[in-house]
Design a binder for this molecule. Structure first.
Ligand code: ADP
Ligand code: ADP
Ligand code: ZN
Length: 217
């Protein structure tokens, strides 16, 4: 089960990737999470990536392609993987195809999650994440039981630096210009399954599972 979750910031890729990863017992590979980890550690890659991330631009293709190539060779990817937030450009998609081809693998489904802009803005501004376990919440749509505290592990919830109103608009523009062309790219390969990303988290999960099973949505 080799999946890509494609969609604008706030579409619910991370939320759904975590659910599917648990269900299928395969890893969620989030380039955003990996990059945020590198920024936190202040590794050379993190130092380089920070400026791009803070302004809502894409980190250079060669950096993220390098991250994903290395991650895909780990043994936990043998049964499959869920790419969350990668690829984000045609160059990244081409590099992924080549890398997987060399490994005798291929992408099986690309789930494109569609959510309108107003809803995306509301989701991103209310997004909160657990500092310890990474679980995602929303202040209004999916709040924790206790304000500021993770239900799962008691960790502290924080707001991402790039989830500000100003940066968010740039991220949505970047998505339209650089990432949305992948919808046609994977449409041509007949890998694309389009899912309406509004409704309950559980309904969306069900629609994704149906799309994966039928091969059409
Ligand atoms: P979101 O969940 O809102 O879509 P991510 O956590 O996936 O955001 O990404 C956060 C930031 O990390 C992006 O704005 C970008 O700067 C960088 N990033 C993540 N994935 C990629 C990628 N595949 N290519 C380039 N930059 C990326
Ligand atoms: P992405 O990874 O695509 O940027 P996330 O999974 O982080 O998106 O979701 C963005 C925000 O929207 C989070 O605060 C999350 O709790 C919330 N969210 C996710 N799915 C839904 C949904 N179906 N309805 C309402 N809010 C949602
Ligand atoms: Zn937690």
């Amino acid at each position: 089960m080799n999946l890509i979750l494609l969609g604008p910031p706030g579409a619910g890729k991370g939320t759904q990737a975590k659910i599917l990863a648990k269900k299928f017992d395969i890893p969620q590979i989030s380039t955003g999470d990996i990059l945020r980890g590198a920024v936190k550690e202040q590794s050379p890659m993190g130092i380089k990536a920070k400026g791009y991330m803070d302004s809502g631009s894409l980190v250079p293709d060669e950096v993220v392609v390098g991250i994903v190539k290395e991650r895909l060779t780990k043994p936990d990817c043998s049964k499959g993987f869920i790419l969350d937030g990668f690829p984000r450009t045609v160059i990244q998609a081409d590099a992924l195809k080549l890398t997987l081809g060399d490994m005798g693998k291929a992408i099986e489904h690309v789930i494109s999650i569609v959510v309108d802009k107003e809803e995306l803005l509301a989701r991103i501004t209310g997004r909160r994440t657990c500092r310890s376990c990474g679980k995602g919440y929303h202040l209004s749509f999916d709040p924790p039981k206790k304000v500021g505290v993770c239900d799962e592990c008691g960790g502290e919830l924080f707001q991402r630096d790039d989830d500000s109103e100003a940066t968010m608009r740039n991220r949505l523009d970047v998505y339209e210009k650089q990432t949305a062309p992948l919808i046609d790219y994977y449409g041509h390969d007949s890998l694309l399954r389009t899912i309406i990303g509004t409704g309950s988290i559980d309904e969306i999960k069900q629609n994704i599972l149906t799309g994966i099973k039928d091969g059409t949505v």
